[in-house]
Every structure is written in structure tokens, then in C-alpha cells.
Design a binder for this molecule. Sequence first.
Ligand code: TZP
Ligand code: MG
Length: 212
Amino acid sequence: MKLDKKAMQLYVVTDRSWLDGRSLEDQVEEIAAAGATFLQLREKHLDEETFLKEALKIKEIAVRHRVPFVINDNIEVALRADADGVHVGQSDMQAKDVRRLIGDGKILGVSANTVEQAVKAQESGADYLGVGAVFSTSTKLDANDVSFETLRRICEAVTIPVVAIGGIGEANVLKLRGSGVDGIAVISAIFASPDVAAATRRLRALSEEMTA
Ligand code: TZP
Ligand code: MG
């Protein structure tokens, strides 16, 4: 599936560890209404049926706001919920196997942190790449660091859209200028904020400034 690079502008990944009693759906509704351009449901500890129920709720929000919606690392849930696609990391199932299972009509996102991984992912049928961690983050403890120079070389080496991830917040978005990325992916910069809608609006504007 061909993805518009604009969909990468503000890519929001969910994380229920920041919810603090708030409901995930309510927060995602606010985030989608405030200008997120892509949604990824990332659940590391839910059983399959609860994950599926959550996916169906988030899908309804994504459809209504016309933003692409993918599931992190669970093809079964992605297919059963009829999500727009799946996102896999380097330690998950191989991209080419995922592509075979989901078919050509679905979005396949792949995490990459080297030029070699990026090129291989594109050859395996990835529609976009998530590259990071570009800044230090405490959200994903096993994230590899990606330097600005590596990020720039990855963007140069592939033709598919690239979104930067990892430790991105209002204070450092503009540091990604000139790297070639199409946008930013964030978790805590939005979910740790007491006002997710306001954070979404500010990050969307900064991301647009960064890629302008
Ligand atoms: N992959 C690389 S870094 C990361 C993921 C999922 C975590 C991003 O979270 P945050 O809070 O935006 O740093
Ligand atoms: Mg994964």
C-alpha cells in the first residue's frame, strides 16, 4: 500500500502506562480530533481478546477521523480488527513474512535503526519506517540509539516515508530539521501530558515546521 508521506507528520503510539486512570479511548479520541495523522495501538500485556476489543474501539475512532491505524506486532489482532496494517520491530516476525500474511492492501511498518535494516525492510515490502531512538527515552528501555547522521543516511537510502521516534518532545522536534524525516512518532510527549489535545496541537505544528 502506498502511503502519503503526510501521514507521518504526527504519528501517535499508544501507551496505557501513562493513563493514570484516564480511558485510552477517550484520550485517543482527543488526540485524533486534535490533529494526529497516524495511530498505532501498542499493547504489550493484554490478552488476545482484550487486545482485539481495544483494537475495534480505536479503529472506530481512526475511521471517523480518517487517520491510518496500525497494530503493533500482532498480525492476528490486526486482521481480525481489520486495522489498516501492522507495525513490526527487528526482533518481531520478519517483514517479508508479515507482508505475505497481510497481503498488499494493508500497511506494513517496520522499525529500523541502521541503513542496512532500512534498505532490507523496504525490499521486504515495508510501506514506511520508524527510526529511533533518535533521542534518549525511558519509554522503551531496549531501544537502540540512532545518531542524526544515521537518521539522515537512512532517509537518503530509502524512498518510502520515514518517521523518527524516541525521546521526541516539544523541545527537540526542530533538531530533526535537515534529517529528511517525514514526521515524528511520540508516546510520552502526548500521553504523559495532562492535556493530550493541547500537546497534540503543539507537536503537530512543530513537526510541520520541522519538515517545511
Ligand atoms: N521505539 C523506539 S523508541 C520508542 C519506541 C516504541 C519509545 C518512544 O516513546 P517516547 O515516550 O516518545 O520516547
Ligand atoms: Mg515489537
